[in-house]
Ligand binder design. Structure first.
Ligand SMILES: Nc1ncnc2c1ncn2[C@@H]1O[C@H](COP(=O)(O)OP(=O)(O)OP(=O)(O)O)[C@@H](O)[C@H]1O
Ligand SMILES: [Mg+2]
Length: 262
């Protein structure tokens, strides 16, 4: 995991640079020239209407899908030029929490969290167990090590997914809709956890969300995807009064006209 890519020209300020990114599905342009930068150790939030391409953007950053035009630079590396082995090295620098917790039902909580270490490192089972317990402790779930995911609540599953995402101390944490479907108190706990975990492991975070509390609580920079482009917005303190009409409407939940009833 300590393997480095050859010729890695690090941009010390920006860990990710997205340039003129175009993604189409079956001829339909979902991302039509997205541009933005993610500063190292910064907390970025991506917002935008359902279906605008937020999850797609995270998959592209992880190199799980190909894009048609533009480039994504990770630590200065243009990912479209990397082969699968090089992409795997890059992926190990990321921790991803998917829109659903996506735990394996047939594995215990401890096995779920430790899976990546078992598959991608030469660590002994006792060393893996130690790391897994340390991360479960960080998310407040040390007692669930031997339990099956089915025995956990939705909020607990989310926290296990967080423990799994940080088990290899990644440099970037990606969260897709981390608070959707959770009650307001659990959401706040999760939001605080996102900030604390990101700071504790000295990571950079990118959070995709619709939820206003998450936008206001976890962001230093907010990007809105609209009509395939990235709109830069005010920070969390001013976004509710955004001068950009589209951003203002989105965060305040305003619609142009009443929906047509036919
Ligand atoms: N594998 C795929 N094949 C074809 N179309 C896809 C695929 N994945 C996503 N899309 C389409 O791309 C668009 C963006 O999808 P995406 O899941 O990225 O949106 P999103 O912004 O994450 O939405 P939500 O807020 O509902 O999660 C949608 O129109 C979706 O139908
Ligand atoms: Mg999505």
């Amino acid at each position: 995991m300590s393997q480095e890519l050859k010729g890695n020209s690090k941009d010390s300020k920006n860990i990710i640079i997205i340039k003129d990114l175009v993604k189409t599905y079956g001829g339909q342009k979902i991302l039509a020239g997205v541009d933005f930068k993610v500063k190292r150790n910064n907390k970025t939030t991506i917002i935008g209407a359902s279906g605008c391409g937020k999850s797609t953007l995270l998959r592209l950053i992880l190199g799980l899908e190909k894009f048609q035009e533009g480039e994504i630079f990770i630590e200065g590396q243009p990912i479209s030029k990397l082969d699968e082995d090089e992409l795997n090295i890059i992926r190990l620098r990321f921790g991803m929490v998917f829109q659903s917790a996506a735990l394996f039902d047939s594995l215990t909580v401890g096995e779920n969290v430790g899976l990546i270490l078992k598959e991608h490192t030469k660590l002994k089972p006792s060393e893996i167990a130690k790391k897994v317990k340390e991360k479960l402790d960080m998310v407040g779930l040390a007692d669930t090590y031997a339990q099956m995911p089915a025995a956990l609540s939705g909020g607990m599953k989310k926290r296990v997914a967080f423990a799994r995402a940080i088990v290899n101390d990644p440099s970037v944490l990606l969260f897709d809709e981390p608070t959707t479907g959770l009650d307001p108190i659990t959401s706040t706990t999760i939001e605080n956890l996102i900030k604390d975990l990101t700071d504790t492991i000295h990571a950079t975070s990118i959070v995709v969300t619709h939820q206003i509390s998450t936008i206001l609580n976890t962001s230093e920079k907010i990007i809105m995807i609209h009509e395939g482009k990235a709109i830069k917005t005010e920070g969390p303190k001013k976004i509710m009064k955004s001068k950009n009409k589209m951003v203002y409407k989105f965060v305040n939940g305003l619609v142009d006209t009443a929906p047509k009833i036919v």
